[in-house]
Design a protein around this ligand. Sequence first.
Ligand code: AKB
Length: 315
Amino acid sequence: MKKILITGALGQIGSELTTKLREIYGTDNVVATDIREADSPVVTGGPFEILDVTDYEKMLMIAKKYQVDTVIHLAALLSAKAENNPQLAWNLNMNGLMNALEVARELDTKFFTPSSIGAFGPNTPKDLTPQDTIQRPTTMYGVNKVAGELLCDYYYNRFGVDTRGVRFPGLISYVTEPGGGTTDYAVEIYYEALKKGSYTSYIAEGTQMDMMYMPDAVNAIIQLMEADSEKLVHRNAFNITAVSASPEDFEAAIKKQLPEFTMDYKVDPVRQKIAESWPNSIDCAAAKDEWGFEAKYDIDKMTTDMLEKLREKLG
Ligand code: AKB
């Protein structure tokens, strides 16, 4: 990776990945794009262009202008939002991906896009979900993610585009809040713990899902993109995870540092149904074997860092 184009750079992953990539590869070598502008280091700290990913011509123009050799395509609608507006989700998630893959094919660039634990469904094995298994998701987001994994494989096999990707679990970060995911509760809980000392979870007690702290997610992207292509068997949909946790696991971890913290439940049926259709825990043996994936943050280490960083942020 020498010159990188990022779509959806102001989103939850993009805002931390852009900064990290600029540190490693040089400010001018990481071109951030998003559909909107914002008061953010992503916009002010290096090249930035407005881009709606459904506009293929503009995406190609920007990629040519900066002569990029890598496209990191992050722009997407998350699971809960996609469920509320399936047509918009299909348009953004599928046509955006197709455009980004076409740009990569046209300019012969490397390519990364994330899949998700949302690519699994209710009849997928729930515990230690294997890398290669049944994928019959029941959400629009899941349908998009499975189709995306297959499309990326297709572009590799048919056109030789060097496509790579991971199935992200719920991502937790203090920099940018996620927008419209099912796992967002695991971010909200930290904000509310500091602001109010309590949290009302929209996910029911006992519902386990995979989670990961953003520094591990950012490192995973870089490590996979720098991995020896010859060693990659799965390429586009590596299971990766750090923590399998339910709301009460977060409650317990927060209580270790804020003993007064309390939690109750008001379950949102839409997001609960999505959560129940996803695995409890996924197996990331293939990512470990093929490119050395390793997460550094468990729930306690992540909680300590989240609370410390959020305290500074919230003053
Ligand atoms: C979501 O909840 O939609 C995302 C995801 C797991 O892909 N965080």
